[in-house]
Design a protein around this ligand. Structure first.
Ligand code: HEC
Length: 166
């Protein structure tokens, strides 16, 4: 299984490489982290789903409802969690620290993927292709942060604000 995926992982790494550097991505172009759909004969559907911008990742979140406008209470709670548990490894810009910067994360990942990632980190690192691509770029594995579902949702709201959400 692992061996089957590795050429695809390499392709994803090439596509995502620029993102982990200090490169500036114009707002709203998150879609360009690309899925590799076209011109990839022999890839299976599973691989396409797991690398695509629409991937929900692996975990119990299948349908996260977003509010418009943002829930200010959640934004504030999410920021507090960020400052105590995530700040050491994640910047709010697009710059890589230990992990990828969060700028644009809500464009390149679905809300479900983000919530599943935060609450099911280890499994996603083992199995989700997009997470494994990050892993190859970032030398340290993200430790499970033991957040509750509500706390993960708060952090997601804070990320939406960081990406300019109102
Ligand atoms: C010890 C460092 C560390 C801490 C602390 C940490 N992370 Fe991470 N995070 C990483 C690394 C490294 C990655 C890239 C995947 C990998 O290699 O594990 C990552 C990836 C991510 C991603 C995916 C980003 C993307 O662009 O694909 C999200 C979302 C994320 N972390 C959220 C969080 C949240 C929320 C917290 C705090 C509750 C947190 N992280 C705390 C190291 C960390």
């Amino acid at each position: 299984m692992k061996r089957l995926f590795s050429p695809m992982i390499m392709a994803v790494i090439c596509l995502l490489e620029a993102r982990c550097g200090s490169h500036n991505q114009a707002p709203g172009t998150g879609g360009d982290t690309a899925t590799g759909h076209s011109g990839q004969p022999g890839t299976t559907d599973t691989v396409i789903v797991m690398t695509g911008i629409n991937s929900k990742g692996i975990g119990r979140f299948r349908d996260v409802r977003l509010t418009h406008p943002l829930d200010e209470h959640k934004v504030a709670a999410g920021e507090t969690i960020y400052r105590s548990k995530c700040f050491a490894c994640h910047k709010l810009t697009d710059e890589l620290l230990v992990g990828p910067g969060w700028k644009g994360v809500t464009d390149r990942r679905t809300p479900e993927w983000i919530m599943n990632w935060i609450t099911n980190t280890k499994v996603m690192l083992d199995k989700d292709l997009a997470a494994r691509a990050d892993m190859a770029i970032c030398l340290i594995r993200m430790p499970n942060q033991d957040l509750t579902d509500d706390q993960a949702r708060d952090v997601l709201e804070f990320m939406r604000r960081n990406d300019g959400g109102k």
